[in-house]
Design a protein around this ligand. Sequence first.
Ligand SMILES: Nc1ncnc2c1ncn2[C@@H]1O[C@H](COP(=O)(O)OP(=O)(O)OP(=O)(O)O)[C@@H](O)[C@H]1O
Ligand SMILES: [Mg+2]
Ligand SMILES: [Zn+2]
Length: 546
Amino acid sequence: MSYEVLARKWRPQLFQDVIGQEHITQTLINAIKGGRIAHAYLFAGPRGVGKTSVARILAKAMNCQNGEPGIPCNKCRSCIDITDGSSVDVQEIDGASNRGIDEIRELRENIRYMPSSSRYRIYIIDEVHMLTLPAFNALLKTLEEPPAHVKFIFATTESHKVPITILSRCQRFDFKRIPTAQIISHLGKISQEEGIAISKSGLALIAGEAEGGMRDAESLLDQVVSYAGLQIEDRHIAEILGIIDRDLIFETCRAIIEGSPKECLKLIDKVYNYGYNIREYYNTLMEQFRNLMVSLITQEDHLLNMNEIDIKETRRIAQKAGFEKIQVLLNFMITREEDLRFSFCPRLILETTMIKMCYLGELLSFDDLLKKIESLEKRLIGASHSHALPESAQISDPTAPWKLEDREKGQAEVEIISKTDNDWNDFLNYLAGKNKLMFNILKDWKFLSLDEKVLKISKGNQSFSSKYFDDQERYNQISGYCRDFFKSDIKIKIVVNNQPHSETWKEPVKKKQYLRHKTDKNFPPPVQDIIQMFQGKLLEGDSATK
Ligand SMILES: Nc1ncnc2c1ncn2[C@@H]1O[C@H](COP(=O)(O)OP(=O)(O)OP(=O)(O)O)[C@@H](O)[C@H]1O
Ligand SMILES: [Mg+2]
Ligand SMILES: [Zn+2]
């Protein structure tokens, strides 16, 4: 007996067998039950998610002589012929190889005839976007006034290439990628029925590679079976798919978060010796940092695309590291991704990136800083009977360059009306002479407020410029310019702003000297403690020095 590939063998034959497209199948069932069948449907969506399968089920349901409405019997002549692809009344046409006007003309000739033994003549045109323009035009006429016995089902992976005139004459359904969890459970069912022994984590590896396509998932399972036989181990899958071993990824995450460059170098060596592709390894690692972040935001496991054991470990590592650290590390990885992709020496880039990440993590134990502040606050409250806390005791915050306020809320902080617009404009003017690129970026950003300690600006909307100061070096550079211009250690706060910008740079009016630096040794000891601990400077402290 010849071997039938899984994807074919497991083609759904009923609407309820189609996975992950319930929004479509249910609508179609209802339409058939209600006798409201459109004369043309367009099925759009990625590869291997069920378009052709649903088209065939729909054709069967429209022509089936037995079954209930919406449920083809799969036993009558019409159903069997459609399943075999031998039906005279239901024709599947490949748009890619029948793209010309002649083929469509022929189709137009044929549709005049009544169906031979069914209710409808149905044309399923796959990859319809491949038709030529004259062919589309010829089709348009037919679509405008189709005979009552003719139905069309078009399928495409690139709906944007289908002319709007055609689109507007079809009822459109958008097929979605199938959620990984559903692919895993479907592959589990197939394995069981086919006598394939495979672990859940193995299925998750395959499903993860398939990126939402059921056909790809089934083909990968086929591939693994032909490699390893019916007893499949996870390492077989990793080998054949070139998938990076999960344990290795977890080990790397831990090494980075614990700040161990030595361990990182060892792991990279291992990756290299296994023969893994360095870029793929990096991408998988980046994905895992994304998972760590997601695991702290939501309890919805299906957003993590992995099996239960890995989810547990992911949540554990994430809890330990904390949100701030993971986000900083992930952002840093994203900025380095392009360097790695285009580099001739990816290993070197990988090593430098990971070493830097080890130190970034160390620098940014933000939670620890918060704890220190909290304990100091408590001590201060105790000491505050005689001394008030100076509002302007400035804390130098090592996470400042990456700390975008209101990030989670995505809220704009635009209410503050400042009287120092001119200072900002003066500064921009000064910057124009120093660093043209920075000037060009900042002139479109919104100035929010400026006082002795803090300059608050909000990001521009363009994605390139909005990330410009995420880079620490650039942040330091702009801080330097600020220091030089305002003659003061001003901290720059960048906030996210979703609202349209109203103010932009204006020509300078006047130049002026900014703040005096003020020092005072007469602050209460706890304040001195803070200053020392964070190596900050005290700029203004009127309320405290009274
Ligand atoms: N939603 C689904 N539920 C169950 N199986 C599916 C689903 N989608 C795809 N499959 C499996 O993949 C195979 C191919 O699916 P189908 O031909 O319907 O995909 P398609 O969307 O038409 O892809 P293409 O764009 O490449 O033509 C099916 O035979 C079936 O085994
Ligand atoms: Mg198809
Ligand atoms: Zn039937």
